[in-house]
Design a protein around this ligand. Structure first.
Ligand SMILES: [Mg+2]
Length: 363
């Protein structure tokens, strides 16, 4: 069987790095993206903050105790999504086989797409250089012969690093690793393994597939494989987009109808722009409202035909919002999402291309 060339690209401290990029005063400082208040949670931490033990998903109170000078900034997900689209565009210059895992990481299959570079490591380096040149941000890359090892490898030289796990290295690399560090083995499974005396990949390898099946059911085959550095999962190109949305969190809660309408106008304009850029047509408009007390509601309407214009998008959003006034308490976040897509124009282009290709040569 042919040896695959899989690359895992992972942006370094993504949200926090975007914030530091855009606000020079935040550079070099311990930074948390999230809300600093009593019940807030850290969404992402800069490397400076991580040195104090600050981690994502940690309560803000705990984070502040660990690092009193920690600076909190609210997240700007529209910006993160825009950067994510930028890096996705960069990936697509090198291979069509892209499997995004989140806004900031993806698997790429380069097996049949090495081009003139001839090596997956060179391509991974090119991609990291492109990302840095075009976004001002750093990414780490893992290169290996399957997804499991590529992901482990990208973590190995973080930040701004690249690491290769060759077929000769794979089994030993996994053998030495604690099972907690395996992507695909969660904390509960790791606990269960430890109770069975399984601490590392090497320990895992001493159990045959029947024993593993008895304890872990269907996941046994996956564990059996990865403990030997084997993972046949393909890089799966993501299925079609199901929805497209824009939302905005406000520094000051919205209370007046006028302010809410202005806010919705901006959101509709932005969403219409990204819909146009993607050549999509959608019938369902969903309004999301998050109140100051974090209660969240959504209201949706499906039109008989695709939303024809920015104006209709805004009108539909306003119609959905109208019964919600007065806003009590104030509103901290508004969002609009479009779904129920019609066939995107790109598909029509592909069909056109096929038609042309199949047509007899006129000469
Ligand atoms: Mg990352």
């Amino acid at each position: 069987m042919e040896q695959r060339r899989i690359v895992h690209i992972d942006m370094d401290a993504f949200y926090a790095s975007v914030e530091q990029r855009d606000a020079p005063s935040l550079r070099g400082r311990p930074l948390a993206v999230g809300r600093g208040e009593a019940r807030g949670v850290v969404a992402a931490a800069s490397y400076e903050a991580r040195r104090f033990g600050v981690r994502s998903a940690m309560p803000s109170v705990t984070a502040k105790r660990l690092c009193p000078e920690l600076v909190f900034v609210p997240g700007r997900f529209d910006v993160y999504r825009a950067v994510s689209a930028q890096i996705h565009d960069i990936f697509s210059r090198y291979t069509p086989l892209i499997q995004p895992l989140s806004l900031d990481e993806a698997y790429l299959d380069l097996t049949d797409h090495l081009g003139a570079y001839g090596s997956a490591t060179l391509v991974a380096d090119r991609i990291r250089a492109d990302i840095h040149a075009e976004t001002g941000l750093t990414a780490s890359a893992g290169v290996s012969y399957n997804r499991f090892l590529a992901k482990l490898a990208s973590d190995y030289r973080k930040p701004d690093g690249l690491f290769v796990i060759t077929p000769a290295m794979g089994p030993d690399f996994v053998a030495a690793l604690p099972v907690d560090a395996f992507h695909g083995i969660g904390p509960a499974t790791a606990r269960k393994m430890r109770a069975l005396g399984i601490e590392t990949g090497a320990d895992l390898r001493t159990h045959d597939i029947e024993t593993l099946t008895r304890h872990f059911g269907k996941a046994a085959a996956f564990y059996y494989g990865i403990s030997r550095g084997i993972d046949h999962r393909p890089v799966v190109v993501n299925r079609e987009r199901k929805s497209l949305g824009t939302e905005q969190t406000y520094l000051q809660d919205l209370t007046s109808e006028t302010d809410a309408h202005m806010a919705l106008t901006q959101i509709a304009a932005k969403l219409w722009g990204s819909l146009q850029r993607r050549d999509l047509q959608a019938r369902t408009v969903t309004l999301k409202v998050k109140y100051a007390d974090f209660r969240q509601i959504t209201r949706a309407r499906t039109l008989p035909a695709p939303v024809p214009s920015e104006e209709v998008l805004l009108q539909t959003g306003q119609t959905l919002m109208a019964p919600l006034f007065p806003f009590v308490p104030g509103v901290r976040l508004l969002g609009l999402t479009l779904s129920g897509f019609h066939a995107p124009a790109t598909t029509q282009c592909d069909q056109m291309e096929l038609l042309f290709r199949d047509a007899p040569d006129p000469s």
